[in-house]
Design a protein around this ligand. Structure first.
Ligand SMILES: O=P(O)(O)O[C@@H]1C[C@H](O)[C@@H](CO)O1
Length: 291
């Protein structure tokens, strides 16, 4: 039985077929841009781009810093598709809608997903503007039963009980570190645990302290659902968080965070992230799926 939020295989296929009929590009890599990080798509050559509102079945972006455009193109000879803007649960989308594009990408032939996000840091050693390579995540909505894989399993995509240990590909993480070293930016590159919370409010101090005690390095409002669905259908996954703010953990601290400040910091590191992602994709062995 399918709930009203369930999306059937034919709907993913319909959107994939429409896209395949509109572009000659056949991407192997998909990139999801976090808040203010849409410029990652600017590096793509020979672009075909589509407004989300023109793509059958696609949800719409409602958040500032998420343009709502799907861009196909070439990066150093590798064909990619890039989401300039993602969907969040707090916008009112079901998790099936939040992750809809990922399954469409699978049907387009994508085998590697690169996720990016803006996040607040809990780790004391992190600074604003740091880039965190995601080693692992804690999915708070998921632990509470809000999971995009809920409902009847679609066996054409993957197994009922997918493992999630090692979900962030180790060799891609190592490759990213090497690239950062070559770029001379290692001093602001970290590796850590991302935690998804539901949002849209930023954390209270008590919540921030809880997350800190749990070993969370960075907190945000996205990423985990897309990663689960990508891994479920056999994609390899790489993730980056841009630390746009330090999460307030002290009652003595009068700082507050806001979305505009998040977008400002995203802009500041956009060029570095673009070079890092481009270099990572250029070094990937796309055909046999090994780094
Ligand atoms: O799409 P991401 O996770 O980058 O967006 C973050 C979380 C909220 O949507 C927003 C808060 O500023 O940025």
């Amino acid at each position: 039985m399918h709930s009203k939020d369930q999306i059937c295989h034919e709907e993913y296929q319909r959107t994939a077929d429409w896209l395949l009929s509109q572009t000659q590009h056949r991407p192997k890599v998909a990139i999801i841009c976090g808040s203010g990080l849409g410029m990652l798509a600017d590096a793509l050559k020979c672009q075909d781009s589509f407004k989300y509102s023109d793509i059958p079945g696609f949800p719409q972006s409602t958040v500032k810093g998420h343009a709502g455009r799907l861009v196909f193109g070439e990066l150093k000879g590798k064909t990619c598709v890039c989401m300039q803007g993602r969907f969040h649960m707090y916008e009112g989308h079901s998790l099936s809608k939040v992750t809809f594009p990922v399954r469409v990408f699978k049907l387009l032939g994508v085998d590697t997903l690169i996720v990016t996000n803006a996040a607040g840091s809990l780790a004391d050693s992190y600074s604003c503007g740091d880039i965190m390579i995601i080693r692992d995540h804690i999915n708070f909505p998921g632990l509470a039963g809000l999971n995009p894989l809920n409902g009847p399993n679609d066996d054409k995509f993957g197994t009922r009980f997918p493992p999630m240990s090692g979900v962030y590909d180790k060799s891609l993480r190592k490759m990213a570190f090497d690239i950062c070293k070559n770029m001379g930016v290692s001093q602001y590159v970290q590796e850590g645990v991302y935690c998804m919370v539901g949002g849209p409010n930023f954390e209270t101090i008590a919540e921030a302290r809880l997350l800190h005690r749990l070993g969370v390095d960075a907190v945000g409002m996205s990423t985990a659902p897309e990663v689960l669905v990508a891994s479920h259908c056999g994609m390899r996954v790489f993730g980056l968080s841009l630390i746009t703010n330090k999460v307030v953990k002290s009652y003595e601290d009068n700082e507050t965070v806001n979305h505009e400040a998040v977008l400002e910091v995203s802009k500041m590191r956009s060029e570095t992230l673009q070079v890092l992602v481009t270099e990572l994709i250029s070094r990937m062995d796309i055909n046999n799926n090994t780094a």
